[in-house]
Design a protein around this ligand. Structure first.
Ligand code: ADP
Ligand code: MG
Length: 377
């Protein structure tokens, strides 16, 4: 059996104790600061044991939402339910320490004057001292930090601090685990390993998890589902594949795919593109945008000389070529398009700048957005 590095480490370190996962329901959660709404009626259900990533640009309300779920802040309207019990809302306010919710802060927020083991044991105040120490030692063993029990946070690397913060959040066995951009402080190489380890630990404990990130790839990697958040609202939620295939807006499309954006007019539920007429059913008539996936465009050398043709596709010319390691990116001037199209080729390409080409576009790689789905971009 082939094991990943983290699985092997995990086998060596033993397993973390499982919790009783709980369903988390957000119902119309709203939070207003002064005049501005940080959250406007957020609805979301995270099933017991499910891992959902909250994805969106900064200022979107992600941290505010986690703070409200944890109980550090109160909603101005709406409710938070854990299983079917209201923990925040018009009828109830359960204090943070009694919600069974773990929160891992973006900056880890370790106590600098406490040793690693005391940081981890901090969340276990309700246990007898001997039990606290035993539980803290077990989780430190699990995250590979047994040798650092007595060290102080400032002497640890970024990855080690992240593990301590994770251990501290998870050791009380929260039914719901919240993580605010847990990997943003780590360098790229470390991020991969920590993502795998964290995912392993969350699966093992079966905690219902909400993980905040502003990296789409991280969200796809970690989440069973992704909730895209912008301007205090969830604009779309679903499995990564559904968000990729059927983005509800240009904003979501841009997160998950490299696209060429071309302005068009929708007339009578259809559009005319240089590549032909297409149905735009469901989109309102008027100005719109088509998103052509860079990977959906195929470019082949045009036949030149006496044997011109067969002339499938559109004619074009390579204007630029960039080698990007695993892929090559071309800028191609294409008949009928005002601006060059960007094209991503998985393999290398011998199409030099200036080469005349035929261009075909896979219709399934064309996304159509009416004005109502561009507005919130
Ligand atoms: P994110 O975590 O997605 O970056 P935040 O939840 O931190 O977003 O912030 C959402 C909005 O609420 C931002 O416009 C931010 O300026 C505002 N905000 C957050 N906390 C406060 C606060 N304590 N007082 C006033 N405005 C706040
Ligand atoms: Mg934030």
């Amino acid at each position: 059996m082939i094991q990943s590095q983290s699985e092997a480490q995990q086998a060596k370190r033993g397993r973390a104790a499982a919790t009783f996962a709980a369903r988390l329901t957000l119902d119309g959660v709203t939070r207003v600061y002064g005049e501005a709404a940080a959250l406007s009626g957020v609805d979301l259900t995270v099933e017991a044991g499910e891992i959902v990533c909250l994805l969106g640009p900064s200022g979107g309300g992600k941290t505010t939402l986690l703070r409200i779920i944890a109980g550090i802040e109160k909603p101005d309207a709406g409710r938070i339910l854990i299983n079917d019990a209201e923990v925040a809302g018009p009828h109830a306010f359960v204090p943070p320490e009694r919600r069974g919710v773990g929160l891992m802060f973006q900056d880890f927020a370790l106590f600098p004057h406490l040793s690693v083991i005391d940081n981890v044991a901090f969340g276990l105040k309700l246990l007898a001292p001997a039990d606290r120490t035993r539980a803290a030692r077990a989780i430190l063993e699990r995250v590979g930090l047994s040798d650092f029990s007595d060290a102080f946070p400032s002497t640890l690397s970024g990855g080690q601090q992240q593990r301590v913060a994770l251990a501290r959040a998870i050791v009380p066995r929260p039914a719901v685990m919240l993580m605010d951009e847990p990997f943003s402080g780590l360098d790229v190489q470390l991020r991969d390993t920590m993502q795998e380890e964290t995912l392993g630990l969350l699966r093992e404990t079966r905690a219902t998890s909400l993980i905040v990130t502003h990296h789409p790839e991280e969200a796809m990697r970690l989440g069973d589902r992704i909730a895209v958040m912008k301007g205090g609202r969830i604009v779309q939620a679903g499995k990564a594949e559904a968000l990729y295939r059927e983005p509800a807006s240009l904003f979501v499309a841009r997160l998950f795919s490299e696209i060429n954006e071309v302005p068009i007019r929708i007339v009578g539920g259809a559009i005319e593109t240089p590549a032909g007429r297409m149905s735009a059913a469901g989109a309102a008539d008027g100005p719109g945008v088509i998103g052509i996936r860079e990977r959906a465009i195929t470019v082949t050398r045009a036949n030149t000389g006496v044997n011109k043709g067969p002339a499938g596709g559109l004619s074009g010319r390579v204007l630029d070529r960039r080698f990007l390691g695993d892929m090559t990116r071309l800028d191609v001037g294409v008949e009928g398009f005002d601006r060059p199209l960007k094209v991503r080729l998985a393999k290398g390409s011998d199409l030099e700048r200036g080469t005349d080409v035929r261009v075909t576009i896979d219709p399934s790689g064309i996304l159509i957005f009416g004005s109502e789905n561009i507005a919130e971009s």
